[in-house]
Write a protein that binds this ligand. Structure first.
Ligand code: FPP
Length: 261
């Protein structure tokens, strides 16, 4: 157990991001909100490239929440069109970079063109071995837990009679991110300090980083600052530094990461 915790604490394998502040970025410049979303796509493209270069294996981004349906019809339509256009435009490049794309969330009721784009890109990149990019779309952490319960009952009905055997590990296999390790670092841009129903189960022990920078301004330097914050943390997972035998200084952690542990 100790070995596992030690290794896990030393490298940044999984980054989760709430890309907030697109609208305010545009409004501050007297531009329509939609231009903020367009610019947000550029930040996301840069982030994907930077994660690949930094050797981060998993990136999960919140692109559209279950609650985003409360926006104006025209903004929702714009976002749907932007997602389809971006994924269609970027798919070949992402595939060449070895990115494996997965869409996470409730596909029920989404426009057919979007579902088709999601399916095509998931199939095309399925066997890629590079960055696993989870795009959360029509996603909510509470939705994920409920669909996990439904999934569990559907796939393992005997468990209902034998419910005492249910463990966190068994249950987590039925959640949307079961094929990704828990996020090590969560970043939220745009100044708000809340999770907004993102990955409620998965973020239990994640280091949380909030920045006032609006998402369209988020660049490689901002990412480095967040990563430095991560490496300055002591991850104890409920234990103590002594019991977890953690390597303490950021420099020591980086050395171990560079050695590939
Ligand atoms: C939140 O900012 C951002 C969104 C709801 C959309 C995020 C989407 C992208 C960056 C494009 C991603 C593209 C793909 C293909 C996945 P906000 O509009 O709520 O900002 P505000 O708080 O300033 O209003």
């Amino acid at each position: 157990m100790q070995d596992k915790l030690e290794n896990y604490s030393l490298s940044l394998k999984h980054l989760a991001v709430v890309m907030d502040g697109n609208g305010r970025w545009a409004q501050e410049r007297g531009l329509p909100r939609n231009l903020g979303h367009e610019q947000g796509v550029e930040s996301l493209k840069n982030l994907v490239r930077n994660c690949t270069e930094m050797g981060i294996g998993f990136l999960t981004v919140f692109a559209f929440s279950s609650e985003n349906w409360a926006r104006s019809k025209s903004e929702i339509n714009f976002l749907m069109t932007l997602f389809v256009r971006t994924i269609n435009n970027e798919l070949t490049k992402l595939d060449n970079q070895g990115v494996r794309l997965t869409f996470v969330g409730d596909k029920y009721g989404l426009p057919k063109s979007l579902i088709n784009t999601m399916n095509v890109s998931e199939t095309k990149t399925r066997s890629n071995k590079g960055l696993k990019l989870n795009i959360c779309f029509n996603y909510g952490g509470k939705w994920d837990i409920v669909q996990g319960i439904k999934n569990l009952i559907k796939n393992d009905p005997d468990l209902l009679k034998n419910y005492n055997s249910l463990t966190e590990e068994i249950f987590s296999k039925h959640l949307s991110l079961s094929e990704s390790p828990s996020p090590d670092l969560f970043i939220r841009t745009g100044g708000e300090k809340r999770l907004s129903n993102f990955l409620l189960w998965d973020l239990a022990y994640t280091e949380l980083y909030f920045t006032d920078t609006f998402w369209p301004d988020f660049n490689e330097n901002h990412l480095k600052m967040a990563v430095d914050f991560y490496y300055s943390r002591k991850r104890k997972f409920g234990g103590t530094s002594e019991t977890n035998n953690l390597i303490e200084t950021p420099e020591e952690k980086r050395q171990v990461v560079k050695c590939g542990n």
